[in-house]
Design a protein around this ligand. Structure first.
Ligand SMILES: Cc1cc2nc3c(=O)[nH]c(=O)nc-3n(C[C@H](O)[C@H](O)[C@H](O)COP(=O)(O)O)c2cc1C
Length: 189
């Protein structure tokens, strides 16, 4: 008898659990696909914008995620105008596409002081840059990176819905909404 490696895709509950298992793996394993999701925002000109980020925390109980960034980056300015984001992950090993829609709050200063304190020096290098990220340069290396706690921002994503596609021997798609208590609904893929 052969066991189905994707048996978890057969029920809405186990598929949902698998999504959170993969997200959690992304936080703890730098080689996991969910380590580097694509974060999409709406630009200040109303256009889509997408970039790679590192997934820093995933809380299944609260349905929240954390991403760290530079307060001066364009994505923060975008989120200040339109506080919504989408996160995309393709986990090829699990044959799983995960799309999350979230509202985003931007945490800074004392709210993130503990996270800054716990961060190793090399990690802090990503927060604090002169001139600010996205400024045109005449020389590719014409910038300085000086760790600055004032430049450290945490994007707190409150997930509103999750759209999952599993491309196993059968194709399945499901949607889970916070409003619906994450019960889950099969969709035509
Ligand atoms: C592998 C990888 C991981 C990245 N992780 C982050 C991250 O966690 N936070 C972040 O703000 N930018 C991260 N970046 C840089 C962003 O992709 C992006 O270039 C930068 O944040 C500027 O984006 P923005 O102008 O849209 O704000 C990462 C880039 C790569 C290639």
């Amino acid at each position: 008898m052969t066991t189905d490696p994707f048996g978890w895709a057969r029920s809405l509950d186990t598929l949902f659990d698998q999504v959170w298992t993969r997200l959690s793996r992304g936080v703890h394993d730098r080689h996991a696909p969910a380590r580097h999701p694509t974060l999409a925002t709406v630009s200040t000109r109303g256009r889509p914008q997408a970039r790679t980020v590192v997934l820093r925390a995933a809380d299944k109980g609260n349905g929240t995620l954390l991403v760290y960034t530079d307060l001066q980056s364009h994505k923060v300015a975008e989120l200040q105008v339109s506080p919504f984001a989408a996160l995309h992950i393709w986990d090829s090993g699990a044959h799983l596409q995960i799309r999350l829609a979230a509202s985003v709050s931007i945490l800074t200063g004392t709210d993130v002081a503990e996270l800054w304190r716990d961060m190793p020096d090399h990690g802090r290098m990503a927060y604090g840059s002169t001139p600010s990220p996205g400024t045109p340069l005449s020389d590719a290396l014409g910038y300085n990176k000086i760790p600055d706690p004032e430049a450290f921002a945490v994007l707190h994503l409150t997930i509103e819905s999750i759209d999952v596609v599993h491309l196993g021997p059968d194709h399945r798609r499901a949607e889970y909404c916070r409003e619906g208590g994450w019960v889950g609904q099969w969709l035509a893929p």
